[in-house]
Design a protein around this ligand. Structure first.
Ligand SMILES: Nc1ncnc2c1ncn2[C@@H]1O[C@H](COP(=O)(O)OP(=O)(O)O)[C@@H](O)[C@H]1O
Ligand SMILES: [Mg+2]
Length: 301
């Protein structure tokens, strides 16, 4: 399950990971009021949809006056935002995050994933933050550093030093900050049963503070029952109606782009079926696993 940037930042704040002050707004009036409450010289209005690339698509606007906040909130709220992650039809923006503008010195990339090659949680760090990481990985693979953490020993100070090295940090205080952030993120990943944490960009501010300027979190669906507070952050607007309906019956359903419907019992068989369809030149409209032990009720649903 995914959540919005503003929700990710609430969790970051709760766990002591530095991030700018901000407030979510559902209407233009709320956005203007939020900016007034923040009372910072620069305010940023950010579209909240479950997709990256919002900046390039016109969904992130830096504002210097209350009038600019109003004008941009008017423009962004209700817009059909198209980014490289939304598909050509885009996504309708129903809320914005109004946050304090940061004076950025440098944008870095930091994420954490479950690394199946090393059976551990790994950090991915790059000095090329703020950009599409797939692009960086294709054109400058040497600029991407993977730092796996052995689960038997957990996060250690040397992991912090490796992060500092990957980010080419020379300032002693910044090195200390990245060590602390690395430790907190590592704990965060396990505490909330994440499957991915992505901070792009992690910034160095002009006054030499590290800060999470964006936040994308992915949670392991099978562990969600342990986190009612995360489950409460689910936004049904971001899911297709088919996926919501399937969720009610605890069916594993993912809608795809093709035109051949599949209903299969057992995930392994479902995956092979997709492979066979693909091999024969077709494309599946969905992945639906009714479960190996499917009963009459589940199939009927
Ligand atoms: N609070 C902020 N202050 C200053 N600049 C910001 C702020 N938030 C975002 N930006 C700028 O906008 C860019 C895009 O924002 P981001 O949150 O990463 O959205 P996305 O990844 O969806 O494009 C950032 O790389 C940064 O340059
Ligand atoms: Mg980003």
């Amino acid at each position: 399950m995914n959540i919005h940037e503003y929700q990710a930042k609430e969790l970051f704040r709760l766990e002591g990971i530095p991030t700018p002050k901000g407030k979510v707004a559902f209407t233009v009036e709320e956005a203007v009021a939020a900016a007034k409450e923040l009372n910072t010289p620069v305010t940023v209005v950010k579209a909240q949809i479950h997709a990256g690339g919002r900046g390039k698509g016109g969904g992130v606007k830096v504002c210097k006056t209350a009038e600019e906040v109003k004008a941009n909130a008017e423009k962004i709220l209700g817009m059909q935002l198209v980014t490289h992650q939304t598909g050509p039809e885009g996504k309708k923006v129903k809320k914005v995050l109004v946050e304090e503008g940061s004076a950025i010195d440098k944008e870095l990339y930091l994420s954490m994933i479950l690394d199946r090659d090393t059976s551990s949680v790994a950090f991915i760090a790059s000095t090329e933050g703020g950009m599409d990481i797939e692009e960086v990985s294709a054109s400058h693979p040497d600029k991407i550093h993977t730092i796996a953490v052995d689960p038997a020993i957990g996060f250690q100070p040397f992991h912090g030093r490796k992060l500092a090295e990957a980010f080419k940090l020379s300032d002693a205080d910044l090195k200390k900050q990245i060590g602390a952030i690395g430790q907190k993120l590592y704990d965060f990943f396990f505490k909330y049963d994440c499957s991915m944490v992505e901070i792009n960009p992690l910034i160095i501010t002009k006054d030499k503070k590290l800060m999470a300027l964006d936040g994308k979190l992915n949670f392991e669906d099978n562990a969600l029952f342990r986190h009612p507070e995360i489950m409460a952050m689910r936004d049904l607007d971001e899911e297709t109606t088919g996926e919501i309906e399937a969720g009610k019956y605890e069916l594993a359903y993912i809608s795809l782009d093709g035109d051949i419907g599949c209903m299969v019992n057992g995930a392994g068989l479902a995956m092979s079926t997709l492979d066979v369809i693909q091999m024969a030149g077709g494309s599946a409209a969905n992945f639906l696993d009714v479960g190996g032990g499917a009963n009459k009720e589940k199939v009927q649903a």
